[in-house]
Design a protein around this ligand. Structure first.
Ligand code: UD1
Length: 421
């Protein structure tokens, strides 16, 4: 078993290179299996979610070849089926994209209900509503979703809430439906635009991604293409928050600064200085932080996937901050772990009240999910003494070489193998 050991209170200086976006790649790899021909996917993050997806696809005859560390060639010419069993998909939430991709390509799909991070009820009713509107029937039994359609026919679909997963899944299936599909109240996250751009490179006709109305004109065949994944908004935000809490002068490179606006604005409120470049953001922090209030929202609001990291930061702000989680109904499970490090936080429903403390103190803690794990790393960077984080398999799901990237900018963090924790 591995864990991360951090000796805190080291200021951070230098450059961090951000990897490709996890939430884009987990949609783009499934999309690639709809193509007749090879897809070359560049700027691939080297993370466990990618490994799990590649294993799942390899099991059904898709040839997945890493040509360089961050480039993947997906060739589905010899794909043997449309089934993804629980054992192969249990670790990734985004396995649900295999439903849209299989359905698009085969008009059939059998995919185990998704696993991944557990921070509240994670229904897929909007995905299923979309597939049904396109003409698919479905059943769910023994944890497997089975979908089938004689043919898929475009339709108008109004989402009850702007769900990222449902928006992308419907885009996938509708790309290979007959006629026009319109998704209303669509989510607008950067990875939705990235997936739409990839689909269009394959010959799909997706318009309006990034707005709340997306129009997809179905095509009968998709072809191979080369594509470069966008930088990861959440990884970039995590390193910005790390710099804010530890103090120092850090430039995150290979980012789209516009995607960082909701976080940059908050960090400025708190007293950090932010300089935007074309594809970089420099953050200068003294580590003396003012409190602030944060409400998570769908894009372009403050991302829920930066909420735990932000809570860690607010723990040492000079006063009281209020954090409201509007997207998920149970995304505060990690707070008990932050309390072990000395955080003074009270949770009432979807609201966390954070009373800033002078100093966090190192302790043994466990990651409860991916971003919660990142929050503990951030808290550990500021804490006095040693913080030992267990369950880091969650962190590895979404962060490429986190300890190497942090060490390079001056953190004292090591991955250690041990029987303990
Ligand atoms: C994606 C992200 C996840 C992020 C979330 C919100 C991926 C792989 N994961 O998750 O990291 O936290 O967006 O930005 O991209 N909902 C329903 N019915 C549905 C679908 C969603 O009620 O059919 C609800 C959810 O319970 C939640 C909200 O809608 O409260 C948002 O969920 P959604 O945007 O679908 O999140 P995911 O796609 O699962």
């Amino acid at each position: 078993m591995e864990h991360l050991v951090i000796n805190g209170q080291k200021q951070l200086f230098g450059d961090v290179f951000i990897s490709g976006a996890k939430n884009a790649v987990v949609a783009i790899i499934p999309a690639a299996i709809m193509a007749n021909g090879k897809c070359v996917i560049e700027n691939l993050p080297n993370i466990e979610d990618v490994t799990s997806l590649v294993d799942t696809l390899t099991n059904i005859g898709v040839k997945c070849e890493f040509t360089e560390e961050n480039t993947l060639i997906v060739d589905s010419s010899n794909i043997t089926g449309y089934c993804a069993a629980y054992e192969s998909v249990r670790k990734i939430r985004a396995s649900y994209y295999l439903m849209g991709a299989f359905l698009g390509r085969f008009k059939k799909a059998e995919v185990a209900m998704p696993g991944g991070c557990n921070f509240g009820t994670r229904p897929i009713d909007q995905h299923l509503k979309g597939f049904k509107a396109l003409g698919a029937e479905y059943t769910i039994s023994h944890g497997i979703v089975k979908l089938s359609a004689e043919k898929l026919v475009g339709s108008n679909i109004y989402l009850d809430m702007p769900s990222v997963g449902a928006t992308i899944n419907i885009m996938l299936a509708a790309s290979m439906a007959e006629g026009v599909t319109v998704i209303e109240n669509a989510a607008k996250e950067p990875h939705i635009v990235d997936t739409a751009n990839f689909l269009n490179m394959l010959g799909a006709k997706v318009k309006g991604a990034g707005t709340d109305v997306i129009k997809i004109t179905g095509v009968s065949e998709l072809h191979g293409a080369e594509y470069m994944i966008i930088p990861d908004q959440i990884e970039a935000g995590t390193y910005m928050i790390a710099a804010a809490i530890a103090g120092g002068d850090v430039t995150v490179r290979n980012v789209i600064p516009k995607h960082m606006d909701p976080l940059s604005a908050k960090l400025q409120d708190m007293g950090c200085v932010i300089y935007e470049g074309d594809d970089s953001i420099r953050i200068v922090s003294t580590g003396n932080l003012r409190p602030t209030n944060v409400k998570t929202m769908t894009y372009p609001g403050f991302p829920t996937d930066l909420q735990p990291q932000m809570t860690a930061l607010l723990c040492i702000a000079d006063g009281t901050s209020i954090l409201t989680e509007n997207v998920w109904n149970n995304r505060f499970q990690y707070i008990n772990e932050l309390k072990r490090l000395g955080g003074n936080i009270t949770v009432e429903g979807r609201v966390a009240v954070v009373e800033g403390v002078k100093q966090l103190m190192g302790a043994e803690v466990n990651a409860t999910d991916l971003r919660a794990g990142a929050a503990l790393v951030i808290a550990g960077l500021a804490a006095k003494g040693t913080t030992t984080i267990g369950n880091i398999k969650y962190i590895d799901r979404g962060y490429e070489k986190i300890e190497e990237k942090l060490t390079k900018i001056g953190a004292d963090i090591k991955r250690v193998k041990s029987e303990r924790i």
